[in-house]
Each structure stands twice: as structure tokens, then as C-alpha cells.
Ligand binder design. Structure first.
Ligand code: UDP
Length: 419
């Protein structure tokens, strides 16, 4: 009689590096902390060379099994102008049969299925197998609370959320101001809104929802308009502070223009900067096309601030290194995140206007950089972010809240596995 196999946990990641990276991290933690075998299913998109790189580096050392599900063609199923949220939701709907077959073809019955927010329709597979099912929300509790509450808001609020006179009340959390409402809630007639409400309904059906607590870079998908790039270049130069800037070609407007094409395209960016910019900043800064090893750069002690689009992974990486943030929200729930960083945690400064709506001018950029890098305000912010770094470290070390949650989850899964 052979030894009883280790329980297998199935993870399903939706496309996009901002989704894949935290799922890979979760997989590694489950293997290390809970002694499970982990199989991660990712949806192949064929669009991002960086994704291939990230997957390859996740394979060594090989802690988890990573299986690519075949790409799905959704072109006939969505409107030409469909948002990224709609595209992801439809892709994840279309992938269900392939995911289901793959899971049913496994030699062992898995111990549990964990999906991200876009994969909630695949929780059905866990239901069919009669195994525990979880949603992994790689963002903050405020965004999770809003998402869980959106089906209620949908019934109770009349008219557009952005036109309400009062901030939206969220149980257990601070209210959400109209300007911070997440992208899928901006237009209640758009398909992405219906998809988002559905996710709010489906998350509740899971057995639990896990959230993770905690240069210039705009995440995996962020892009700027040509005018905004010029202003940012001037702002950086005028501040006279040293910098590393991960640059992507501009799009017609500031937003999530590179979501499906991270790291794709040309490397010669010289045409997008002010005349002579690259030679003038030679001693001051470094311009990196497309993609940089962000975590590695952030861990250098010389990094004094991070101008970030406020994707949740980037925020956690910044806090983990004790680096203050210049918040530049672009899409998804990033305005909400920026408000959390500035008003609740006090570890960031942000422009007066919303960058995705209005161009942030060079003078304001220069001032924000100097506020953090030079002024007394920056010193205070740095102290707060270092305190937060310490509590984040405590949370993930033995006896900390995140560590304990993982142990409880592990015990729960082992218990259900052993029957
Ligand atoms: N990232 C990176 N290099 C880059 C841009 C992004 O390594 O040039 C990584 C970053 O460290 C983070 C992830 O990509 O782990 C982006 O996730 P985030 O949640 O910040 O933003 P999203 O891509 O979801 O908008």
C-alpha cells in the first residue's frame, strides 16, 4: 500500500500579470506553509512575452505544477469597444469547459478549488465535485466590501452611482465617494457593470474569501497619453531627483491600454520625450522600455519613492520595502486604493485631479516628487510607511494574522480532505 498522496489544491488564474503574479505567490505559500501540492491553471493569451518570462521563473524552483489552458476566442462574443473587465469576464466564462475537463481528468480528486475574482463562475466545478471552494481577492478589504455590497447597491440605488449626492455607504468600511467608484460601476448600462454585480453575488457562494494585506511604473497594463508622457518627463527632470521610469508607448488616452500586451512592442521610446530629454537626464535617471524587475528594484535601499498606478500588488511591494508612494491611479479599483493610501494610511501623496481624466501638469508632478523626496512631509510619510512595513512583516511571520489565516486554511483543507 503506497503512502496516501498529498492533497492537491487547484488554483485558477485569470489573464493579466496583475492577476497571475498573486496567484503564483499564493500557490508558493500553500506549498511552503501548508504542505499541499498545488496545480495552477492559467489561461494562455499569446499576447505577452513578459507573461512567458514570469511563468518560466515561477517554474524554478518548481514548487507548483503550472498548466496552460488553451486560449479562447471571444471576438464574436463581445462588442468591439468592450472594456478589459468585460473581456476578462467573457474569457473566463468561455474557459469553463476546458477547466472542468482538465480538473475531472486529474488522477486525484482535488482537495479544493481557489479562483480569483474573474473565475467565480468556475466555482461550479468545485460544487460538482463536492469539495471546498474559495475566492482569492488580491486587493484590499475596502474593495472586497464594496464588491460584496454592489448587488445590494444595485437594488437600492437609483440612477448612476457617480451622480449620487452622498458617498455610497459600505457596511463595515468607510463610504465610497463618487470620484472613487471603481471602473465597472461608472456606467450601469455597460456590460462590465452586470459582470461585476454577478461577481459580487458569486463570491458569497464560496466557502471563504482570502485577501492579501499588504520608479515610476504603471503596473502590467497602464499606459499614458502622449501629452501626459511629456508632462511626466518634464516633471521628473524638473524635480532633479534620481529616477527609474518604466516606459510604454503612449495610447490615445491614459488608462489600461497595455493590459493584454504587457512588454510588447517597440523598445525605442526616444520619440515620446521632450527634445533632448534622454541626453539631459543621463546622470539623473534611467528609462527602461516596457517592463522592469519591479520587486528587485524596489528592494534597493536607495529607492525613496514609488510613482505608481496603485495596482494592489505594487502597493504591497512598496509597503514591504517601506517605500512611500506617489499615487497615480489609472483604472480598475485604483482610485479607491489611492484614497486608502492617502487618507487612511497616510503613506502617499496624489495629484489634485484624477490622472485618467485630466492631464497632470509638470509643475504639480515636480512638487509631488519634492514633497516626498525633499520636504519634511516626506520624512513623516516615510516613518509611517516603515511602521506599516513592520506590521506587514509581523502579519506574515509566525503568529501574525496572515500567517495564522494560512494555517487555519491549511487545517480546514486537510480536515475536509481526510473526510
Ligand atoms: N511589474 C513588474 N515590472 C513592471 C511592471 C509591473 O515586475 O515593469 C509587476 C509588479 O511588480 C506587480 C505586477 O507586475 O507585481 C503588477 O500588478 P499590480 O497589481 O500592481 O497592477 P496591475 O498590473 O494589476 O494593474
Amino acid at each position: 500500500v503506497g503512502a496516501k498522496p498529498k492533497p492537491h489544491i487547484i488554483l485558477l488564474s485569470s489573464p493579466g500579470l496583475g492577476h497571475l503574479i498573486p496567484i503564483l505567490e499564493l500557490g508558493k505559500s500553500l506549498v511552503r506553509l501548508c504542505n499541499f501540492d498545488v496545480v495552477i491553471y492559467v489561461v494562455e493569451t499569446h499576447t505577452s512575452p513578459v507573461e512567458t518570462q514570469v511563468l518560466q521563473s515561477a517554474m524554478s524552483p518548481k514548487l507548483c505544477e503550472i498548466i496552460q489552458l488553451p486560449p479562447v476566442n471571444i471576438s464574436g462574443l463581445i462588442d468591439p469597444g468592450a472594456t478589459v473587465v468585460t473581456q476578462l469576464a467573457v474569457m473566463m466564462r468561455e474557459i469553463r469547459p476546458a477547466f472542468r475537463s482538465a480538473v475531472f481528468a486529474l488522477k486525484f480528486r482535488p482537495a479544493a478549488i481557489i479562483v480569483d475574482i474573474f473565475g467565480t463562475e468556475s466555482l461550479q466545478v468545485a460544487k460538482e465535485l463536492g469539495i471546498p471552494k474559495y475566492v482569492y481577492m488580491a486587493s484590499n478589504a475596502w474593495f472586497l466590501a464594496l464588491t460584496l455590497h454592489v448587488p445590494t447597491l444595485d437594488k437600492e440605488v437609483e440612477g448612476e452611482f457617480v451622480h449620487q449626492k452622498e458617498p455610497l455607504k459600505i457596511p463595515g468600511c468607510r463610504s465610497v465617494r463618487q470620484e472613487d467608484v471603481v471602473d465597472p460601476m461608472l456606467d450601469r448600462t455597460n456590460q462590465q457593470y452586470f459582470e461585476y454585480v454577478r461577481m459580487g453575488v458569486e463570491i458569497v457562494k464560496a466557502d471563504a474569501t482570502q485577501r492579501v494585506g499588504g520608479y515610476v511604473s504603471f503596473g502590467s497594463g497602464g499606459t499614458l497619453s502622449a501629452e501626459q508622457m511629456m508632462e511626466l518627463a518634464w516633471g521628473l527632470e524638473l524635480s532633479q531627483q534620481r529616477f527609474i521610469w518604466v516606459v510604454r508607448p503612449p495610447t490615445t488616452k491614459t488608462g489600461d491600454g497595455a493590459f493584454f500586451t504587457q512588454g510588447d512592442g517597440e523598445d525605442d521610446m526616444s520619440g515620446y520625450f521632450p527634445d533632448g530629454f534622454l541626453s539631459r537626464i543621463q546622470k539623473l535617471g534611467q528609462v527602461v522600455p516596457q517592463w522592469s524587475p519591479q520587486v528587485q528594484i524596489m528592494s534597493r535601499p536607495s529607492v525613496g519613492a514609488f510613482l505608481s498606478h496603485c495596482g494592489w500588488n505594487s502597493i504591497l511591494e512598496s509597503i514591504t520595502e517601506g517605500v512611500p508612494i506617489i499615487a497615480w491611479p489609472l483604472y480598475a479599483e485604483q482610485r479607491l486604493n489611492a484614497t486608502l493610501l492617502t487618507e487612511e494610511l497616510g503613506i502617499a501623496v496624489r495629484p489634485k485631479n484624477i490622472p485618467a481624466k485630466e492631464v497632470v501638469k509638470r509643475g504639480e508632478i515636480e512638487r509631488m516628487i519634492r514633497r516626498i523626496m525633499v520636504d519634511e512631509e516626506g520624512r513623516e510619510i516615510r516613518t509611517r510607511v516603515r511602521e506599516l512595513k513592520e506590521s506587514a512583516e509581523k502579519a506574515v511571520s509566525e503568529g501574525g494574522s496572515s500567517y495564522n489565516y494560512m494555517s487555519v486554511l491549511g487545517k480546514e483543507l486537510e480536515k475536509s480532505w481526510n473526510g
